[in-house]
Design a protein around this ligand. Structure first.
Ligand code: IPE
Ligand code: IPE
Ligand code: MG
Length: 248
């Protein structure tokens, strides 16, 4: 895959790869006098709708942040609820993804999940591995720093003595995907919160106050519209950039 720090990656009107921090579930529920976890349930429905919308739009990769390495520090009952929700969605929704030709991947440490979740992840990845539709990647127990360190450690253990982009890339969690074109964070915070630190080098960033359970097709269209107006220069000058036709 092309590196954005070396050459200008192929990109188009529609982002090939969309990365999303799905934030604001707890506040969405609180506003309705409901427990935080109710927001997580609603948030899962939003993810299902967004996945369909992205596939229709021609997005090839959708990578979403579902649970960070730091989210283990939340109250035990909230963590427990999220784990149950994850397991249920692996059991109930994967078949539908498969029927629609989508590929599911999970990135993150993985070993800290319960055996049923680990089995569920492996079964879902196996079932959908040969599909050619949109690749939905769920980042769970994921951290950007963890990713870079695990990749470096793998490269070293495979005999690399000096790391450069080429030696590291195959070991990074999204090593086989193009780098994200567009990043969306809902929920009003303007930070990366240890999501894809390496991969976001030249990604266009979009922040919205909309809370994740309210993020609908219209909100997605606004984000993509904003993306289309950006001039992606990758360190060059405007004059140096290939025209849209030359890029195709
Ligand atoms: C994002 O929503 C989902 C997870 C981190 C699992 P939050 O739970 O962070 O919701 P807010 O930010 O507290 O509203
Ligand atoms: C980021 O949201 C992680 C996920 C959406 C899974 P957080 O709610 O955990 O981020 P902070 O704590 O506000 O930075
Ligand atoms: Mg949050």
């Amino acid at each position: 895959m092309t590196s954005s720090t070396q050459t200008i990656p192929k990109h188009n009107e529609v982002p090939r790869h969309l990365a999303v921090i799905m934030d604001g579930n707890g506040r969405w529920a609180k506003k309705r006098m409901m427990p935080r976890v109710f927001g997580h349930k609603k948030g899962l429905e939003t993810l299902e709708r967004l996945t369909i919308a992205c596939a229709r739009m021609g997005v090839e990769y959708l990578t979403v942040f579902a649970f960070s390495t730091e989210n283990w520090r939340r109250p035990a009952d909230e963590v427990g609820f999220l784990m149950n929700l994850f397991l249920q969605s692996l059991q109930r929704h994967v078949q539908r993804l498969h029927e629609n030709g989508l590929r599911l991947k999970v990135i993150g440490e993985r070993t800290r999940f319960s055996p049923p979740i680990i089995n569920g992840i492996e079964a879902a990845e196996r079932l959908t591995a040969a599909n050619t539709g949109l690749t939905l990647t769920i980042a769970a127990d994921y951290g950007g720093r963890w990713d870079i360190l695990q990749a470096a450690n793998q490269a070293l253990s495979q005999g690399a003595s000096r790391l450069d982009e080429e030696t590291l890339r195959p070991y990074l969690s999204l090593g086989d995907a193009p780098e994200p074109d567009l990043f969306i964070r809902t929920g009003g915070e303007t930070r990366i919160s240890n999501f894809l630190l390496w991969q976001l080098a030249y990604t266009e960033l979009y922040f919205t106050d909309t809370l994740w359970p309210d993020f609908d097709d219209k909100a997605l269209a606004l984000a993509v519209q904003s993306y289309r107006q950006r001039e992606r220069r990758f360190g060059r000058t405007t004059e140096q950039l290939p025209t849209a036709q030359q890029r195709d």
